[in-house]
Design a protein around this ligand. Structure first.
Ligand code: NAI
Ligand code: HPV
Length: 464
């Protein structure tokens, strides 16, 4: 990737809120970058037709805030683009976040930072969010989309890490290893076999058979386990696994119940007293999904009463913001209970892959408007503008998804040569990309002005 502000390409943009007023400097456009257009050329092209690098006005003015110890692979890739990158090892509380997010064009977070409506309203220039993890429940996705802010995540780069952790926990729980380990550290030798079992032949019940659940299915089967799963959609069972049609059907059959659903309105408090009572006497619960899926007081009661044989819990309804902070939970001190600080996806392999994957998605969105992979946004991409196409521009238009918009844009572009164009919608918003050739600097300004003044405009960018 060529770096920094030597890149002789520019962009112009504006954004309006739903009620109409212009938000100054919004959407990936640095302060003071009025749509004044001059052209310089990229290096000469020989041989292959290279893709032209489209970038914002001055990459050095693009501000990126990375929280929660986002991996160095991402920091390096974003700095390599010439962006200003500020990093924090921890999550920020609402007040600090509101102060910090005010003037950034892009924010990168992991599972802890809450990007609520209130926080997003304070983000005057934000154009894109990177969740350097799988879960996106920490972001108000719909509200972000309504402001033209695209959200990207890494859908499966840490799935294997979670699945491996769960396999380890199944063995540890089955052998009461947490308790034995604690005793040894306390100087107590306690050699027991009572209620310790092999996992071979036991039944694992997987709730949520997505990327993690299905990976776990394969690993568990290879350890000799019988695999049942429950999911809201019918899915192809891998190996000899079997889909059951009710949660109760799974809870009453499984020796190990393991949760791999996203946090949604339907999954919040999914496992409470009623569900725990349905689980077999002496069975185990594992939660490496989200803390809100399980009602912690009910779980603590089931563990202390001996109804459950143990539990492994990686995620909690309230998690400390930073390493070293105090952790408290009703689960502390429960028998045969493994507690881990949300480390399911925390391996070198996963973090490094996520850093590369999400930073590339952010760079593509900032520099060339590509929204493929966005979780809250219409997914649009166009074949690259070639490096030898001197007077071509790319229009990126995020707009309200209402009838008549395309006709309006077609009218604005009627006299121009639209090389290629694609648009898609998702819910209340739509996104159009169009590459237009043979335009003069004055025409670029006109196109930009006319498009950004349309009543349906959310964000307009022109890249070249
Ligand atoms: N502990 C950790 O460090 C990590 C935790 N996670 C959590 O694990 C979750 C699952 O991850 P993936 O497998 O990648 O997600 P996924 O989206 O691939 O799979 C989720 C599955 O759950 C199913 N589902 C949704 N609602 C359901 C319901 N009410 N009942 C039953 N099934 C339901 C879906 O149909 C889907 O098949 C993530 O959303 C995230 O919250 C993910 C990575 C690391
Ligand atoms: O990927 C996810 O959804 C996770 O829960 C992992 O979160 P983290 O990146 O460790 O904050």
């Amino acid at each position: 990737m060529p770096s920094t502000n030597s890149t002789p390409v520019q962009s112009v943009a504006t954004a309006t809120s739903a009620s109409g007023p212009i938000i100054p400097g919004a959407a990936l456009i640095p302060e003071g970058s009025a749509p004044v257009v001059t052209r310089e050329r990229q290096g000469s092209v020989s041989g292959f037709k290279k893709a032209k690098v489209l970038k914002p006005f001055n990459t050095a003015n693009i501000k990126i805030l990375l929280l929660e110890n986002v991996n160095e692979t991402a920091v390096a890739a974003l700095r390599d683009q010439g962006y200003q990158v500020e990093t924090f090892a921890k999550a920020l509380g609402e007040e600090d976040l509101i102060a910090k997010i005010k003037d950034v064009h892009c924010i990168g977070i992991r599972s802890k930072t809450k990007l609520t409506k209130k926080v997003l309203d304070a983000a005057e220039k934000l154009g894109v969010i990177g969740c350097f993890c799988i879960g996106t429940n920490q972001v108000d996705l719909e509200y972000a989309a309504s402001k033209g802010i695209a959200v990207f995540n890494s859908p499966f780069s840490n799935s294997r890490s979670v699945a491996e952790l769960v396999i380890a926990e199944i063995v540890l729980l089955s052998r009461q290893l947490g308790d034995r380990n604690n005793e040894m550290h306390d100087g107590i030798w306690s050699k027991v076999s009572a209620n310790c079992y092999e996992i071979r032949g036991k039944t694992i019940g997987i709730v949520g058979y997505g990327h993690i659940g299905s990976q776990l299915s394969v690993l568990a089967e290879s350890m000799g386990m019988r695999v049942l799963f429950y999911d809201v959609v019918p899915l192809m069972p891998l190996g000899t696994s079997k889909q059951v049609h009710t949660l109760s059907g799974l809870l009453t059959e499984a020796d190990f119940v393991t949760l791999h659903v996203p946090e949604t309105e339907e999954t919040k408090n999914m496992i409470g007293e009623n569900e725990l009572n349905q689980m077999k006497q002496g069975s185990f619960l594992i939660n490496a999904s989200r803390g809100t899926i399980v009602q912690i007081p009910a779980l603590a009661k089931a563990l202390r009463s001996g109804h459950l044989g143990g539990a492994a819990v990686d995620v909690f309804p309230k998690e400390p913001a930073a390493n070293g902070n105090f952790f408290e939970s009703e689960l502390v001190g429960c028998p045969n209970t493994l507690l881990t600080p949300h480390i399911g996806g925390s391996t070198e392999e996963a973090q490094s892959m996520i850093g590369v994957e999400v930073s590339q998605a952010l760079i593509k969105f900032i520099n060339s408007g590509t929204s493929i992979g966005a979780v809250n946004f219409p997914e649009v991409d166009l074949r690259a503008i070639r490096d030898d196409q001197e007077n071509s521009i790319r229009l990126c238009y995020t707009h309200a998804n209402v009838p008549g918009v395309l006709l309006r844009i077609t009218n604005i572009l009627a006299e121009h040569n639209v090389d290629k164009q694609f648009s898609d919608s998702k819910g209340k918003i739509a996104y159009l990309m169009a590459d237009i050739s043979d335009v003069t600097p004055e025409q670029i300004q006109d196109i930009y002005r006319l498009v950004s003044e349309t009543p349906t405009n959310i964000v307009t960018r022109v890249l070249y």
